[in-house]
Design a protein around this ligand. Structure first.
Ligand SMILES: [Zn+2]
Length: 218
């Protein structure tokens, strides 16, 4: 292993980390060479946090805090997304939460774009709702992206089910006001799909209603 060029060794370690951060820790413990290579930003940038708990029930150790800080500094999109969700729902800091979600989105993390759309749609601000509709509209432009929306929704529900929801300002929006011509029967729609109708406002109304049962609204 020590004879490998550094960039190949880095790539191998990053791929181990993409599988799961605990696999990376095992690799780091297995030899000094892995430990040194695994300190690269590229590894932290690509590290999968999937098996790491979303909420820390205990006070973090210095080592754990340093690890999270390192992932954030290395632009780990998944971790930035989690922090954005926590800011919106637990810390009641929508502005900062949306900044973080947008940062993760710019790193190509589609789940963050979906989350920002939903958060803005239920934000009870008209301008927010407009942006939320627009973001979901952008997600209808590619079939590949449409197919990823159910996974984005699933992750969103998983995260909000794991964190404290202290934000009580969320509201169920009514995006489409053409009630008569655009008759929606929400309960007929499937969680396995992203419904794309001819009306972007209707699409937003339908999508929000798939997740509202998980969020306290007024
Ligand atoms: Zn409509």
């Amino acid at each position: 292993m020590e004879n490998l060029p550094n960039e190949i060794a880095n790539d191998i370690i990053a791929r181990v980390g993409m599988g799961c951060c605990t696999d990376l820790f095992s690799a780091q413990l297995s030899c000094k060479y892995f430990k040194k290579i695994a300190e690269d930003d590229y590894v932290y940038h690509n590290l999968s946090m999937h098996k790491c708990p979303i909420t820390e029930w205990e006070i973090l150790s210095d080592h754990q805090r340093a690890f999270i800080r390192r992932c954030l500094q290395s632009n780990n999109a998944e971790l930035i997304y989690r922090q954005g969700m926590k800011s919106c729902f637990s810390d009641v800091d929508m502005n900062w939460g949306c900044v973080l979600l947008e940062a993760a989105e710019r790193l190509g993390y589609l789940k963050a774009k979906y989350a920002r759309a939903i958060v803005l749609l239920i934000s009870s601000e008209y301008e927010g709702m407009e942006v939320g509709i627009k973001l979901l509209e952008e997600m209808t432009q590619s079939r590949t992206i449409c197919m990823q929306v159910p996974a984005c929704r699933e992750r969103f529900i998983e995260v909000i089910s794991s964190i404290w929801i202290n934000n009580r300002d969320f509201q169920l929006p009514r995006c489409c006001l053409k009630e008569v011509t655009h008759k929606k029967t929400f309960d007929l729609y499937s969680m396995d799909q992203f419904e794309v109708t001819g009306c972007y406002e209707c699409n937003a109304d339908i999508e929000v209603r798939k997740i509202v049962g998980y969020i306290p609204l007024h």
